[in-house]
Design a protein around this ligand. Sequence first.
Ligand SMILES: Nc1ncnc2c1ncn2[C@@H]1O[C@H](COP(=O)(O)OP(=O)(O)OP(=O)(O)O)[C@@H](O)[C@H]1O
Ligand SMILES: [Mg+2]
Length: 308
Amino acid sequence: MTMALMIEAESKNEHPTPIVSSPDNPATVESTAVADVPQSPQPTEIDAGTVGQVRTADPFIVSENIDVYYGDNHAIKNVTLEISSSEVIALIGPSGCGKSTYLRCLNRMNDSIESARVTGTITLGGQDIYSKALDPVALRARVGMVFQKPNPFPKSIYDNVAYGPRIHGLAADRAELDNIVHTSLERAGLLKEVIDRLDEPGTGLSGGQQQRLCIARTIAVNPEVILMDEPCSALDPIATARIEDLMDELSNDYAIVIVTHSMQQAARVSKRVAYFHLGTLIEVDETDKIFTNPQHKLTEDYITGRIG
Ligand SMILES: Nc1ncnc2c1ncn2[C@@H]1O[C@H](COP(=O)(O)OP(=O)(O)OP(=O)(O)O)[C@@H](O)[C@H]1O
Ligand SMILES: [Mg+2]
């Protein structure tokens, strides 16, 4: 399939909904050998197991057999996925397929949802993030999150960025804090626009500037991973392009996991793409491969707009 076809399909795919009903039995998760790539997608069933490349050569975040339940709702089914320390991986799939739920597993944000229950293991650099010994607040400094709607604190621009370094005691004095704030704003591509108004409220910035402020706030605590849940869906194309450029730069230093409904965006920013369907990780592979030669019928149906 050509990129043009994919993009045309995307325009029909704004709010895709699943067409296949979910069986109860969870998927088995195993990589399929890449050597014998089929001419056209072979597996058609949701429980055929994850196809493609769930393993990486240098795994940093390792999810093994993750299930998430909200009460009786089995929202994530036996997901196994490895992510390396400096890659951008995009999570795509129809609305309600579990992308945000899986993303929130990676920094234990589901802990705050009373009905949510997570099973399986997730390690970050070899450390079990669900260990009782691990402080979730410290974890969230290592695994930062940027949300769909920019959510600056009702504080000054300076204090938004200084907030994390202050609570984690990262600066010995004001000069050091100033330096962290300036460097973070610079890296987020916002410093020039706000240098003369650091004392003004963060909420007074434009949407795109607010999102860059939230990114500056996230990177101010030196995270190892940045999770982004549809970070550009409220932004215009210019602000979106700025965030995408930023992701490209940041990916040298951080693992970035981005949820996006835009397949064009996934194609532009990511190295790998993971396709979720009704809570199951159907396929994960190099971005080009997913968009030009998907192995699973459900992936092909989604990227060509047949699901949606
Ligand atoms: N806080 C919650 N409490 C109960 N159920 C939830 C909660 N959040 C999500 N769910 C359920 O879990 C399933 C997966 O939802 P999730 O939000 O992860 O999907 P998504 O792929 O991010 O969808 P979208 O693209 O619309 O954001 C859905 O059935 C949803 O109703
Ligand atoms: Mg979501």
